[in-house]
Design a protein around this ligand. Structure first.
Ligand code: GLY
Ligand code: MN
Length: 462
């Protein structure tokens, strides 16, 4: 974990931002996979990690803003626990590592919350995303589970987003460790992939790298010759000569900061002329978008620039037609680029998405669009120094979407539908990097991962 001063300072800032009341942070518990004792890999709640650093099950924390007290609730391991799971340092000693001097048995949490309620002290908590925690909070607050997420604290949500959005040097260093693991994951996938293999033979090895080098993947690996399916978690296809592969994956650092990198490469190690041309259009969108990154620029404008680059490229290749600006304004490019350019990244790979995407990515000046494609943009607002974002333009030929739009003659003034029939087996291309917003521009985080056609082909043929 970080030095305890980091956690003390974060909690002190939070108290100032929230102003009063009692802030309740439930930690995560184990989640059953198919029966209670057979659990998914444990993942602590990211906000709990941010303010309290302790990476284990069955903890909760309370910040009593009015009394200026931070308390961690939890129990030391029993002898039975030790027999099955081994020894763990006493909670009081672990709490001291994050600058918390008050610890109490877990069962005292109920009394703490009840006494706050009886004093009319506001109990702040964040949106819940796990059933077990929701039920427990409903019991603590004596409300129904359905009421839990209706009673979250907007003051707390905004305060947490304000703090977690700006990454400090030690946080960026963690993200960098994760990206450097991504370097190994991606280059190994390029080297391993070849015609005749099943996708999982490579995706399994890629996941193994994340596990062997750190805490595993930051989200389920997307790896497919059907890159036109944006989040394709099936890995059962046989790789064929001439296919393109998309690998969208990330690792978690020891402190659970994530990376999120996408590369696209040819199964047979050599891009066809058409694949190369379309790849270079997406690459241009990626590199030009990255170069636009600096404080004060709206990420939505960067997204729209990437969309224009892709549209211009598609016009040049004859798949689109007309004026690129007008096509982007109308949303016609979304047939090929239906998702957002990127999102914030940190302790969550889509950072803080569980707190509310619109609070994280939008504000009073920048509202989310309802247009197909642009509506999926998770981050639209002005960038600030310390933001960490992904830049991930893509180009896809999605047969069902093409058929649907064609049947409605949608945006027919901008799209050459006849030329798209032969593209329905093309798949997709996405190129994603992780970028820090600096005082006067941007910094690519981590070891640069092969990206140009030449670099990618070189690794594919090693
Ligand atoms: N890496 C998957 C995504 O950003 O949605
Ligand atoms: Mn991403």
């Amino acid at each position: 974990m970080f030095d305890k001063s980091v956690y003390i300072e974060r909690r002190s800032q939070l108290k100032k931002l929230v102003g009063g009341g009692l802030i309740y942070f439930p930690g995560n518990v184990d989640a059953a996979m198919n029966y209670g004792a057979n659990t998914y890999k444990f993942r602590q709640d990211s906000s709990f990690l941010y303010y309290f650093g302790l990476d284990s099950q069955n903890l909760a924390a309370v910040i009593d803003v009015d009394a200026d007290e931070d308390i961690i609730f939890g129990d030391d391991r029993t002898l039975d626990d030790v027999v099955w799971m081994g020894v763990e340092d006493k909670l009081a000693d672990r709490a001291a590592l994050v600058g918390v001097t008050l610890t109490e048995p877990y069962n005292n949490l109920k009394e703490k919350i009840s006494s706050a309620k009886s004093k009319n002290q506001k109990v702040h908590f964040l949106p819940h995303y796990r059933g077990k925690t929701t039920i427990e909070t409903s019991e603590l607050l004596e409300i129904t589970p359905a009421e839990v997420n209706k009673n979250t604290s907007l003051d707390l949500i905004k305060a947490v987003i304000k703090q977690r959005s700006i990454k400090t040097a030690e946080e960026v260093a963690e993200i960098e460790k994760a990206v450097n693991i991504s370097f190994v994951m991606n280059t190994m996938a390029m080297k391993l992939s070849k015609p005749g293999l099943i996708e999982r033979e490579v995706s399994g090895a890629v996941e193994g790298i994340a596990l062997s080098m750190s805490e595993g993947v930051s989200f389920p690996i997307i790896f497919s010759v059907h890159g036109e399916t944006l989040h394709n978690h099936q890995h059962n296809n046989v790789m064929k000569d001439g296919d393109l592969l998309i690998l969208d994956s990330g690792a978690e650092s020891g402190l659970h900061y994530g990376s999120d990198i996408t590369r696209t490469f040819p199964v047979n190690g050599k891009f066809s002329p058409l694949q190369k041309d379309l790849y270079n259009i997406v690459l241009k969108a990626n590199t030009e978008a990255i170069k636009m990154i600096k404080p004060g620029v709206k990420f939505k404008d960067i997204h729209l620039h990437a969309a224009k680059v892709i549209t211009e490229g598609l016009i040049e290749k004859g798949f689109m037609k007309g004026d690129a600006d007008a096509a982007v304004k109308a949303g016609a490019h979304a047939l090929f680029f239906p998702h957002g350019l990127g999102h914030m990244m940190g302790l969550d790979v889509h950072d803080m998405e569980g707190l509310g995407e619109n609070y994280v990515g939008y504000d009073d000046e920048t509202k989310r669009s309802e247009q197909f494609g642009l509506a999926y943009l998770r981050l639209g607002k002005e960038l600030e120094t310390g933001h960490v974002v992904t830049v991930e333009p893509g180009m896809y030929f999605i047969p069902q979407l093409i058929d649907n739009w064609k049947s409605e003659n949608k945006h027919a003034e901008f799209i050459n539908y006849d030329k798209l029939e032969e593209m329905k087996t093309f798949g997709g291309i996405r190129i994603e990097d992780d970028i820090l917003v600096t005082n006067n521009g941007f910094k690519l985080i981590g070891i640069p991962i092969p990206k140009t056609v030449e670099e990618v082909e070189k690794y594919c043929n090693e």
